[in-house]
Design a protein. Sequence first.
Length: 135
Amino acid sequence: MIDIVFLLIIFFLVSSHLSRQENRHPVTLASAGTGRLPDSEAGPLTLTLDANSKIYFGGEVISMTELPDRIRDWVNGRDESTANRPTQVRLRIDQSVPYGKIEPVLKEIASLQIRDVSIVVNPNSGNSTAGGTAP
């Protein structure tokens, strides 16, 4: 019985470490007044652009030329339970990154026929007139 408890503890420690990997690089997210929460079962791909405009794919810095191949590998490597779901990409972008650095990333994602793209923002506590959805 003690062995099972220890195995469960190890499992939760490892899984929590892996789930934090995509959020390991701190970025100051933009704020939004409206939006919706993401579907937690979908398992989206998370890309992070930090203040220096570096692209992080699963905690690893990659170049813009590597991005299409890495996303294609990620899409093709999904298991059978998620293969029929549309591919989701979440972008965590530091608010200081200019749009000129974000646009090529969005173009690469669109060129791979991925249409479900979300930009992660902090919820704004005040009322905002900005529309749209922001998970």
